[in-house]
Design a binder for this molecule. Structure first.
Ligand code: ZN
Ligand code: ZN
Length: 265
C-alpha cells in the first residue's frame, strides 16, 4: 500500500498543508489543502474521497477539486462521509451560495459528484483495498478509517479525536495495527483548549497508546498546530512511548506492508 501524506498540518504556512492522505494514487482520506499539491493528471486519478468530518481543514479543497475536474470527469467522484458530514457539506458548502452544487451538475442525472452516506464500522472493498470507518469523538460528528490491503498491511487514521473509552474499545477490536496515524493538535499547556475542541495533547496521546491492548508498530503524529509544533514534539519525545514515533511532514510517502513500512527513498 502506498500512502502519501499530501497534508498533515493543523494549520497553514510555508510547506504546511492540512489533512489529505492519498492511498495507491486513487483514494483520498480527507481533502484539506494538501490536495492542492497534486497535478491535474494526478487529480484525475482520484476516484474516491473518504471524509473524517466536515471541519474546514479536512474538506477545504474538495470544492476546488470538483471545479478542476468538471470538464474531464467521465464518472462521478465518489465522496463518502457520515450522514451529518454529508448534510453539512450540502447545507453549508455545495449550496449555490458558497459553491455550486456539483451533485446536480451538469445535470441531476449525470452529476460529477456523488455523495455516499456511511456508518461507523461500515466496510468497503475497493480493488485491493478494504476500508472501514472507525469511531472517533470530536466536537462534531467524526470518524477515523482503517485501511487494509491484500498483502496484510493495516493502516489506521484516527481523524480528529479526543481520548475516549469508546474509541479505545474500537481500536482494541482491530488486532494488529502496523501504523496508527494519530493527531496531537495542542501541547499539554493548552489542555483546556484541547478538551473543549476535543483534540489530543501529548499527555492524552500517551493515555491513548497505553490503553491499547496491542500498541501499533509505528505511530505517526499528525495535525500539530504550526505555532506550537516544537513544544508538542518536545513533550512527545519525553514520553518514551513503547512504539516507533514519527512526526509526519507534508510530502512524506511510505510503502506499507505487514511488518514493514519503508519511507520512499
Ligand atoms: Zn476537526
Ligand atoms: Zn482538523
Amino acid at each position: 500500500m502506498k500512502i502519501e501524506v499530501l497534508g498533515c498540518s493543523g494549520g497553514m504556512g510555508k510547506d504546511e498543508y492540512t489533512t489529505c492522505i492519498r492511498i495507491n494514487d486513487q483514494l483520498l482520506i480527507d481533502a484539506g489543502s494538501g490536495l492542492g499539491c497534486l497535478s491535474q493528471q494526478e487529480m484525475l486519478k482520484i476516484k474516491h474521497v473518504f471524509l473524517t468530518h466536515a471541519h474546514m481543514d479536512h474538506i477545504c479543497f474538495l470544492p476546488l477539486l470538483l471545479d478542476n475536474l468538471f470538464e474531464q470527469l467521465t464518472s462521478p467522484l465518489q465522496v463518502y462521509g457520515l450522514g451529518d458530514v454529508i448534510d453539512a457539506l450540502q447545507s453549508h458548502v455545495f449550496n449555490w451560495s458558497i459553491w455550486p452544487d456539483f451533485s446536480k451538475l451538469p445535470s441531476p442525472d449525470n452529476a460529477v459528484l456523488h455523495f455516499n452516506q456511511i456508518e461507523v464500522n461500515q466496510q468497503f472493498q475497493l480493488d485491493n483495498i478494504a476500508l472501514q470507518a472507525i469511531t472517533a469523538q470530536h466536537v462534531v460528528p467524526a470518524c477515523g478509517y482503517v485501511v487494509r490491503d491484500s498483502l496484510g498491511g493495516v493502516f489506521c487514521f484516527s481523524g480528529d479525536t479526543r481520548f475516549d473509552e469508546q474509541v479505545i474499545a474500537a481500536y482494541n477490536q482491530l488486532g494488529v495495527i502496523d501504523v496508527l496515524m494519530l493527531e496531537c493538535a495542542f501541547p499539554n499547556r493548552l489542555s483546556e483548549v484541547a478538551t473543549k475542541s476535543q483534540h489530543l495533547t501529548p499527555s492524552a496521546l500517551r493515555d491513548f497508546i497505553l490503553a491499547l491492548d496491542m500498541p501499533p508498530r509505528d505511530l505517526w503524529i499528525t495535525h500539530l498546530k504550526p505555532s506550537v509544533r516544537e513544544e508538542i514534539w518536545a513533550e512527545l519525545m519525553e514520553l518514551n512511548l513503547p512504539v516507533t514515533v514519527h512526526l509526519l511532514r507534508s510530502g512524506d510517502t511510505f510503502f506499507l506492508e505487514h511488518n514493514r513500512c519503508a519511507p520512499k527513498s
